[in-house]
Ligand binder design. Structure first.
Ligand code: F6P
Length: 582
């Protein structure tokens, strides 16, 4: 539906109001003991209960943070100043909250029932278009389901008449990480895997060789996942995969072996993929929110349709929780506010993600993109006068992580004893899906112990006493004891749920999606664009012809352009010399 109207003006807040809130947070952290956690536990026996929020079996324990009642009230006041409630309404009303691209951020429609009534309002100039996003997504989901069932039943076969056993997904960033984490979470260790899933993202030719090694082209279905269908890495890998299929099975095989997942139907057609093999989604889905869309087609192909649907149901349950629950009991809101405290009151520049579940081993990589591409911004949305100014406060921390317990044997040393405070999110399921309960108990014991150790630390007095008991000399105690001190008072959240099933996977990822939206709202930035990645892409496309062998340069008019700084010029020259192309 297209109509002419003035686009709604979202979320314009005067900076000074917010600045006072951020200033107050910093002042609270500067109080004596303002950064300490253990005194809060000592003062309040039921702290854990009061600082744990629940959504069914899913709990968020944020008690191991230096947030007391005053700090929590200040965070809620800041949320009010930033009009978080209004922002949440605009998000679910499908307003163009992605203001720099005039787009809604309506990924929730991908997991909502068809009749949920979720709309997306897209503004262009003075034109405003409203789409029934949930209905559109459901129609495409039906098409996906029919395709998945046809592949599984063998109705859709490869060019030589063999059924598909393997699915190779080519995509990068949001067109890779979300589908990968979900596919692994829904298939690793479970025995009813329907197809083998393979992922190719990096343009590095070794990645192509490694991913296709041992794959039988006759039994491989290739999915090209790209929202824009213009991404260099994906285009080059798709061309390589096409050549690989053609070399083995001939030109005609492309039609039966390829499918595309994109918003750019023109470019897909130009690649030669037929419309019935194209699964579309719309601009109101950001790349890093697209695993729920056709971009996630590999998930039901590998894990089965029912599990995919259950994952969508879990995400939708979290959407409804976020939309309908008062801020004080709202998990994404609380998770977001704790992060604001760590970043803006304590000045932490990092956030560690430790999922004590090997099936979530790619979760940190997905959350890196989700959080850092969404909230790695330094300019605020337009103020009341329509001016976009730099944020006077810090925004997204640097995320990193590994599965627990592996992380404990690598970087956790720094988290316990380094000079900087690194907040940690511990994530674990109470019940495992294997027959080694002892292993799962060991996993959980380590998660709980790490969180406790970070908070409690170990004092020099304790260490001295222990060393003396073990017969160490006073000189040795003086020299060694300080090295063994762990200062403690280091914050963490613990996110726990019953079991890592498809429903809880969906719920968990959606929890972080909405946390990102909450933080973006408080920081006053656009969480849904990603302009920062454009410059590198532009420069790379300029440099590419300069790296072209001498003999082929006449085909590349840009090749001799140069105009780089002396370091880049020298690096290019050295590269060409080492390759014998100078
Ligand atoms: O360069 C960043 C980015 O645009 C991400 O936002 C996106 O997820 C990724 O590249 C891949 O983009 P596409 O799906 O359009 O190929």
């Amino acid at each position: 539906m297209t109509q002419s109207a003035t686009p709604p003006i979202p979320n314009r807040q005067a900076i000074p109001n917010r600045q006072a809130g951020f200033d107050r947070l910093r002042q609270l952290a500067e109080r004596p003991d303002g950064r300490r956690i253990t005194p809060l536990f000592a003062a309040e026996p039921d702290r854990a209960a009061r600082f744990t929020a629940f959504f069914d079996d899913l709990s968020l324990d944020f008690s191991k943070s230096a947030i007391d009642d005053t700090a929590l009230e200040t965070l809620f006041a800041l949320a009010e100043t930033a009009d978080l409630t209004g922002f949440r309404q605009r998000l679910f009303a499908g307003q163009p909250v992605n203001q720099t691209e005039h787009r809604a951020a309506m990924h929730m429609a991908l997991r909502a029932p068809a009749d949920a009534g979720l709309k997306a309002v897209m503004a262009s100039g003075d034109q405003v278009r409203t789409e029934d996003a949930a209905a559109m997504a459901a129609a495409e989901r039906d098409k996906m389901r029919r395709f998945v069932e046809a592949v599984h039943s063998g109705a859709q076969k490869g060019a030589t008449g063999k059924t598909f056993t393997d699915v190779l997904t080519i995509g990068i960033g949001g067109s890779d990480l979300g589908p990968k984490v979900a596919t692994e979470a829904l298939t690793i260790g479970r025995f009813d895997q329907k197809m083998n899933a393979h992922f190719l993202s990096n343009v590095d030719g070794s990645a192509f060789l490694e991913t296709t090694r041992g794959l039988d082209p006759a039994r491989t279905l290739v999915l090209v996942a790209s929202k824009t269908f213009t991404t260099l890495e994906t285009a080059m890998n798709a061309a390589a995969a096409r050549a690989w299929i053609v070399a083995a099975l001939g030109d005609k095989a492309v039609a039966s072996h390829f499918a595309a997942l994109s918003t750019n139907l023109k470019a897909v057609a130009a690649f030669g993929i037929k419309p019935d093999r194209v699964f579309a989604f719309q601009d109101w889905v950001g790349g890093r929110y697209s695993l729920w869309s056709p971009v996630g087609l590999v998930i039901p192909l590998a894990a089965g349709w029912d599990k995919f649907q259950q994952m969508l149901d879990g995400a939708w349950a979290m959407d409804c929780h976020f939309r309908d629950t008062p801020l004080r009991q709202n998990l994404p809101v609380l998770l977001g506010l704790v992060g604001i405290w760590n970043t803006n009151a304590l000045g932490c520049a990092t956030q560690c993600i430790l999922a004590y579940d090997d099936r979530l081993r790619r979760l940190p990589a997905h959350l890196q993109q989700l959080e850092m591409e969404s909230n790695g911004k330094h300019v605020m949305l337009p103020d009341a006068a329509g001016v976009s100014r730099p944020t006077p406060w810090d925004t997204c921390p640097v995320l990193f992580g590994e599965p627990g317990t592996n992380a404990q044997h690598s970087f956790m040393q720094l988290v316990h004893q380094g000079t900087r405070t690194v907040p940690v999110d511990f994530i674990l399921a109470a019940n495992a899906d294997h027959d080694r309960p002892d292993a799962h108990r060991a996993l959980a014991a380590n998660a709980f112990a790490q969180a406790e150790a970070l908070m409690r630390g170990r004092s020099e007095a304790e260490i001295r006493a222990e060393m003396a008991t073990h017969g160490a000399s006073p000189a040795e105690i003086d020299a060694i004891a300080p090295h063994r001190v762990a200062v403690g008072e280091r914050p963490s959240n613990t996110i726990m749920f019953n079991r890592l099933d498809p429903f809880s996977v969906g719920r968990l990822i959606a929890l972080y999606e909405h946390k990102v939206a909450v933080q973006g709202c408080l920081w006053g930035i656009d969480s849904f664009d990603q302009w920062g990645v454009e410059l590198g892409k532009q420069l790379a496309s300029g440099i590419l012809p300069e790296l072209t062998p001498h003999a082929e340069r006449k085909d590349h008019p840009d090749a001799a352009k140069g105009g780089h700084d002396s370091s880049t010029t020298a690096l290019i020259q050295r590269f060409l010399t080492l390759r014998g192309d100078a």
